[in-house]
Design a protein around this ligand. Structure first.
Ligand code: MG
Length: 475
């Protein structure tokens, strides 16, 4: 028969204004939750999850590993429903790592871990210090794929992005890990505020130096704060007594109780030279699980943005969910694309019009398109008198051309048309019935030719519309 002795500590850290972490130390059930969301929503999410987890697990008929996983799923539903019921809490969620004493079918006790997010469970066993859980984070997937190293992951700009979290969807995929405890095991549950500030070697050194779990927990919090304290820090240390060679039956020593009453070996002194890294084959055989570290479903949340100490910027409270960031990004792309198309439509053409009495070329569309107003491209020396009167209506409305050279060519055609008419109808002959008839014929021919060059959709309005008349019939 072995005993469990527990110590815990939590701290807001040195940068955050509130503590969104939540601890649970209950008989045979220990957990750390790290909330995310708005200013208060993160606290609500982690507190709701822990409370629902405990209620569901303690209400289960048999405290089995599957009951622990079911309790975690119940916690997911509780957070999800609370987020739906409160508009200001939309998108909130939390990580969760829970360690429980469970009953096996043969009647013996074991330990089980329910895990989602990047709060972690470590195991100090003999000379080894090992991370049992695998983070559900973007950088963990990049590491698994061999795209980045662990060292690069520690400083990666998207190291805050989670791929799974509790409460952000109606149902959650929770990893379940089965553990067969061994005498002297020391388990550490913690939020990411600890490993973000301290290396595995530093954490292992504290765990091996302080035999008392409460003292070890407090020292770990102090270590994280001494290294920056950029996030909330929460730790739970669970010891399996070392004075019993048969840990198949576990007795929980309530926090604050004298372990001597339960036969706990308080003199347990783990090796001061414990190494971090992999477990031996024998040690690994005592850990089985259903975690899926390669899961590619990126569907949970974004961690808190970089803190003031990390990037010299003002820290923002809470975390944004990955779904919200994706939605905002997609919205920005759609809106940006629409504005780009509108700008292209508004500025891709030129039109010829009268500016005062001068024939001018503007880039844009007559009257402008929304906030894209036409701009003067070129003002010619030609005036309204340089073209035939019946073209003035078109000019006042603005004649569209696809490019600046085309616009210049159009002006040249108008002027040529006027000159051609003057040659055919000398000034001396103006007013004579026969010549007038000839002029009219020529003008009609030219009008038909010009009309083919004018778009069928007539643009409306020009810059400085004041004083301009609607298109008029040829004079
Ligand atoms: Mg955190």
């Amino acid at each position: 028969m072995s005993k469990l002795l527990v110590g815990s500590a939590t701290d807001v850290g040195l940068v955050r204004s509130n503590n969104q972490d939540q601890l649970l130390v209950a008989p045979g059930l220990y957990a750390v939750a790290d909330g995310m969301g708005g200013h208060a929503a993160g606290e609500v999410a982690s507190e709701t999850a822990v409370r629902a987890l405990r209620a569901a697990f303690e209400a289960s008929d048999v405290r089995s590993a599957e009951a622990l996983r079911s309790a975690a799923k119940a916690a997911n539903r509780a957070v999800w429903e609370q987020a739906r019921a409160n508009r200001g809490m939309f998108g909130m969620g939390t990580t969760l790592v829970a360690l429980a004493v469970v009953e096996r079918q043969d009647g013996t006790n074991a330990l089980a871990v329910a895990h989602i997010g990047d709060s972690r469970l470590y195991l100090l066993r003999g000379q080894s210090f090992h991370q049992v859980t695998v983070d559900h984070s973007l950088v963990q997937e990049l590491v698994d794929d061999g795209q980045i190293t662990e060292a690069e992951a520690a400083v990666h700009p998207q190291r805050h992005v989670l791929t799974r979290a509790l409460g952000v969807e109606p149902s959650a995929e929770v990893d379940l890990i089965h553990l067969v405890p061994e005498p002297g095991d020391r388990y550490l549950l913690c939020s990411d505020g600890l490993p973000r500030e301290a290396s595995d070697d530093q954490i292992a050194a504290v765990l091996t130096r302080f035999a008392d779990p409460t003292e070890a927990a407090r020292e770990l919090v102090a270590l994280a704060n001494s290294n920056g304290g950029n996030d909330n820090i929460s730790v739970v240390v669970v010891d399996v007594s070392a004075n019993d060679a048969s840990p198949k039956s576990l007795i929980v020593v309530p926090p604050g109780e004298d372990p001597e009453r339960y036969g706990h070996d308080r003199g347990r002194a783990p090796s001061a030279t414990a190494a971090t890294g992999s477990l031996s084959a024998g040690q690994k055989s005592s850990i089985t699980g259903s975690r899926t570290p390669g899961d590619r479903k990126v569907r949970s949340a974004l961690r808190q943005p970089p803190t003031r100490q990390e990037h010299g910027a003002t820290a923002l409270p809470g975390r944004l969910t990955w779904r919200v960031v994706s939605f905002v990004s997609a919205l920005c792309i759609v809106v940006g694309g629409a504005i780009g198309c509108l700008a292209w439509y508004a500025r891709s053409s030129y039109f010829v019009t009268l500016s005062g009495n001068r024939i001018s070329i503007y880039q844009g569309r007559p009257g402008g398109v929304m906030w894209f107003q036409p701009t003067l491209a070129e003002r010619t020396d030609d005036t309204a008198s340089s073209v035939l009167p019946y073209n003035l209506g078109t000019l006042r409305a603005g004649h569209l051309e696809p490019s600046l050279p085309d616009a210049k060519l159009y002006i040249s055609r108008l002027i040529s048309e006027k000159r051609e008419a003057e040659v055919v109808t000398p000034a001396s002959a103006r007013g004579a019935p026969r010549s007038a008839s000839k002029t009219t014929t020529t003008a009609r021919t030219t009008t038909a030719r010009t009309a083919r060059a004018v778009p069928t959709t007539r643009p409306v309005g020009t810059p400085g519309r004041a004083g301009r008349a609607k298109p008029s019939a040829p004079a």
